[in-house]
Design a protein around this ligand. Structure first.
Ligand code: G3H
Ligand code: 13P
Ligand code: NA
Ligand code: ZN
Length: 328
């Protein structure tokens, strides 16, 4: 059935596991995530950004949500709006049938300019009041996602901010997080611990200095009933970088969040782990390989099947490692 984020994450907290939340872009990504959840018997969070909504088309997305639930009635499925930039964006998502929304008030409605605490509380509290009347969950964000290495937002994909920020802004303060949750009533909270969106997170394997996992424990102890969300949690596996580059791609050497660090984070209280880049890379690697090895092919199904298989394998690995396999 379609379930709220609160329902899924309460179960995860009660049973000490975490869930990947996979961003989807098209039918193939939806198939890959759901097939992996079905195979591993996992509850599943599927999320769409505003740009993914625009790409898929809201009406088609509305029916993709219904189709997913009809096709996999035995799975607990949450459809989540990722990084809604305004209460209006979140309202529209609720109308489409999403069972959870993120109101990201850490940035202004342009998705670029860091906002202030009062603005963030206002837009998030308004969204939460409206969502909760409908049984829909809300994720908020406090702190700015960005690199502790460089003090900047992401470069390649998704959302970021302009200019440089210091450590204070790039790490969520547990006391400020507590005031935010109190004032907004959010079910889940995205925290900033040094990760950023996209493939280029760290120039070397992250350390306790650049990936501040200890902050998670401190926030979790302060807010045991608010589910913590790690954004920018792709691992950017070296294997996928090599696959893409072997078949003509030009990914620069880079490091993501190692899977064992995510598992450590889940032990400290992380419940939702946002992953987009890893599926983009799996898709791209499989596509490049297939086209390069099958130069005469122009059959759309033949071309896309290996992309689904590669993305599905990445999903299955994370369902198993995060402890949600068997929990559906
Ligand atoms: O939140 C960031 C995700 O990677 C989505 O990025 O807006 O390009 O779909 P996008
Ligand atoms: P990645 O770019 O690390 O996959 O992060 C995705 C994300 O946080 C979506 O909200
Ligand atoms: Na933010
Ligand atoms: Zn994000």
């Amino acid at each position: 059935p379609l379930v709220s984020l609160r329902q899924i994450l309460d179960h995860a907290a009660d049973h000490d596991y975490g869930l990947p939340a996979f961003n989807v872009t098209n039918l193939e990504t939806v198939h890959a995530v759901l097939q992996a959840a079905d195979k591993t018997k996992s509850p599943v969070i599927i999320q769409a950004s505003q740009s993914a909504r625009a790409f898929i088309d809201d009406v088609f997305l509305k029916h993709l949500i219904r189709a997913s639930v009809e096709r996999y009635p035995h799975l607990s499925i949450c459809f989540h709006q990722d990084h809604g930039s305004s209460p209006e964006v979140c309202e529209k998502a609720m109308d489409l049938g999403f069972s959870s929304v993120m109101m990201d008030g850490s940035l202004k409605a342009d998705g670029k300019t860091p906002s202030d605490f009062a603005y963030n509380v206002d837009v998030t509290a308004r969204t939460a009041r409206s969502a909760h009347l409908k049984g829909i969950s809300v994720e908020g964000e406090i702190g700015v996602l960005g690199s502790l290495e460089t003090g900047s937002g992401e470069q390649e994909d998704g959302h970021g901010f302009e200019g440089k920020l210091g450590k204070e802004e790039l790490l969520t303060d547990p006391e400020e997080a507590a005031r935010f949750v109190e004032a907004t009533g959010v079910d889940a909270l995205a925290v900033a611990i040094g990760t950023s969106h996209g493939a280029y997170k760290f120039s070397k394997k992250p350390t306790a200095e650049t990936l501040a996992m200890a902050v998670i424990g401190a926030i979790h102890r302060r807010l045991p009933n608010t589910h913590l969300v790690m954004h920018g949690a792709s691992s950017v596996p070296e294997e996928l970088q090599q696959l893409i580059n072997e078949f003509g791609g030009e990914i620069q050497p880079t490091f993501g969040v190692p899977l064992e660090e995510i598992v450590r984070g889940i032990k400290s209280g992380v419940r939702k782990v946002n992953i987009d880049t890893d599926l983009r890379m799996a898709f791209t690697g499989a596509l490049r390989r297939y086209l390069s090895e099958n130069k005469a092919s122009f059959d759309i199904r033949g071309i896309l099947k290996p992309t689904i298989a590669r993305m599905r394998a990445e999903c299955e690995l994370r369902f198993e490692m995060f402890g949600c396999a068997g929990q559906a």
